[in-house]
Design a protein around this ligand. Structure first.
Ligand SMILES: Cc1cc2nc3c(=O)[nH]c(=O)nc-3n(C[C@H](O)[C@H](O)[C@H](O)COP(=O)(O)OP(=O)(O)OC[C@H]3O[C@@H](n4cnc5c(N)ncnc54)[C@H](O)[C@@H]3O)c2cc1C
Length: 443
């Protein structure tokens, strides 16, 4: 059997084009291909933990397990040069910032993010605007806007020095098999003919919304596809964004405008599918005219600075977060509506919570892949994720309608939110993640 170090897997070989499909999917085979490979000369490697998916969430877990004494392998199918190049920015919550600080990468991230000076929430053409300031939460910040590239680069740079981590990238898990005592994965890489066989006590599915590992384990999901799609684009505004994050609700769906560190803004605009498609296909000047109208001219004249990307929007919660020798994190476990920018933040919390549970179990001499250990993860994260999934669904449905009684109720709700500091404080605690159970790394 080869020593771990002898497995030469190049780090940044571009083998696949960047996927425009937000929910890419791999097909996983089952027992037979693994048995075939075992009979051939496939190299076999042993780890405590195999993380499948080296996106932001899989890498956050890998980093949280640094210096844990656990032997970890991370397997990512896209070359690093490709996976960092998603031209997207996210709302990063206060709690996610604290988690990254605890993991020692905040100083790499902070210089490249925008710290919100204010969040403004408004309802279509209704004059009242709810303004939220850091003082309303009692923290130095209300949240941040961070690009995918900044987050993933910071994680990848820090992971290079992790002694307990082997990174296989680009490499793809193509088959998986679970037993009482371990999981066996078959992993193909571009530069070897025979797949590598990995044996691990626990497999983590961080392989995104269309998780093949989740499907292979037969874990059902609950949820629905929304009637809306979401357009994202980067714009250059005439007026300064003043580090204000805007969420403006229209009857067709919400528009989020995120202030980016270089003065530009990212727009996340949700609309019914046909309208979203039509808007994507409009000439740029007509698209911008509509955007200027729908943002109430807040940022003056707008210039389009990117392509317009279209994403389907869905709510999904896995019925189980774990199965035999398997745990799901991030989009593999749940997806939500992009309103209020919650999805990735939930995944970061999953990763921090799971790492804390696994390290404690390892230190106590427990089997990290046992049902007893995995149950602790489910009972920590599943109820909290349900709350946020329900919150984003409520926001979208409550505001994406012109039914008069609902319009009256929600405008009254906005008035209360604006006038009653306790309501503002509670809403902000929910949106920033501070209302849930804090992982130790963020305390
Ligand atoms: C328009 C839009 C705006 C959003 N805005 C926000 C926001 O502001 N704030 C926020 O918190 N969230 C936001 N989200 C949600 C956020 O994008 C996701 O929650 C987050 O990216 C999920 O990360 P992940 O690592 O779980 O999954 P992914 O990013 O999908 O990563 C999965 C990784 O697994 C790899 N992989 C898959 N199968 C295999 C395999 N078999 N072998 C090896 N590797 C494999 C893939 O290559 C990929 O790199 C938004 C989403 C959308 C669509």
């Amino acid at each position: 059997m080869p020593r771990l170090e002898s497995l030469a897997i190049p780090n940044a070989v571009a083998t696949q084009p960047a996927s425009l499909d937000y929910y890419p999917q791999t097909q996983l085979h089952d027992r037979q291909p693994i048995e075939d490979n075992l009979e051939t000369q496939s190299p076999q490697l042993h780890y405590d933990l195999a993380i499948v998916g080296g996106g932001i969430i899989g890498n956050t877990l890998a980093l949280a397990l640094q210096n844990s004494g656990l032997r970890v392998v991370s397997i990512e199918s896209q070359a690093q040069s490709i996976s960092i190049s998603k031209g997207r920015a996210y709302v990063l919550s206060v709690l996610s910032g604290k988690i990254f600080e605890g993991l020692g990468i905040w100083n790499r991230i902070l210089p490249h993010v925008t710290q919100f000076s204010q969040i403004q929430i408004s309802d279509a053409d209704y004059a009242g605007v709810v303004k939220m300031y850091p003082e309303d939460l009692g923290t130095a910040a209300l949240g941040y806007a961070a690009s995918h590239e900044v987050l993933l680069t910071a994680l990848q740079s820090q992971l290079r020095s992790a002694q307990n981590l082997t990174q296989m990238c680009p490499a793809q898990v193509t088959a998986v098999e679970y037993s009482q005592t371990e999981a066996t994965l078959s992993v193909t890489t571009p530069d070897t003919d025979t797949p590598v066989i990995i044996r691990a006590n626990l497999v983590i599915a961080a392989d995104g919304a269309k998780s093949a590992l989740r499907e292979r384990a037969g874990i059902a999901t609950s949820g629905w596809n929304y009637w809306q799609s979401c357009i994202t684009a980067t714009i250059e505004p005439e007026k300064s964004h003043q580090n204000i994050a805007y969420e403006r609700f229209w009857y067709a769906g919400p528009i989020g405008v995120l202030p980016l560190a270089d003065g530009r803004c990212q727009v996340v605009w949700t609309l019914p599918h046909e309208q979203a498609e039509a808007l994507r296909d409009l000439p740029a000047d007509e698209f911008l005219q509509q955007l200027e109208h729908c943002t109430g001219g807040l940022l003056g004249k707008l210039k389009l600075d990117s392509q317009r990307w279209l994403f389907p929007v869905k709510l999904m919660q896995s019925q189980q977060y774990t199965a035999q020798r398997l745990a799901l994190i991030g989009d593999a476990a749940h997806c939500c509506h992009p309103v209020a920018g919650q999805g990735m933040n939930l995944g970061i919390r999953d990763a921090a919570a799971l790492a804390e549970i696994l390290v404690a179990a390892h230190q106590a001499g427990e089997d990290i892949g046992s049902d007893a250990v995995l149950k602790r993860y489910t009972s920590w994260r599943k109820p909290e994720n349900w709350v946020i999934l329900a919150f984003t669904d409520f926001l979208d449905r409550m505001f994406s309608t012109s039914i008069l009684p609902i319009v009256i109720i929600r405008r009254f709700g906005l008035l209360l939110l604006d006038r009653i500091p306790l309501f503002k404080h509670l809403a902000l605690r929910l949106m920033t993640g501070l209302a849930g159970k804090l992982p130790q790394v963020a305390r």
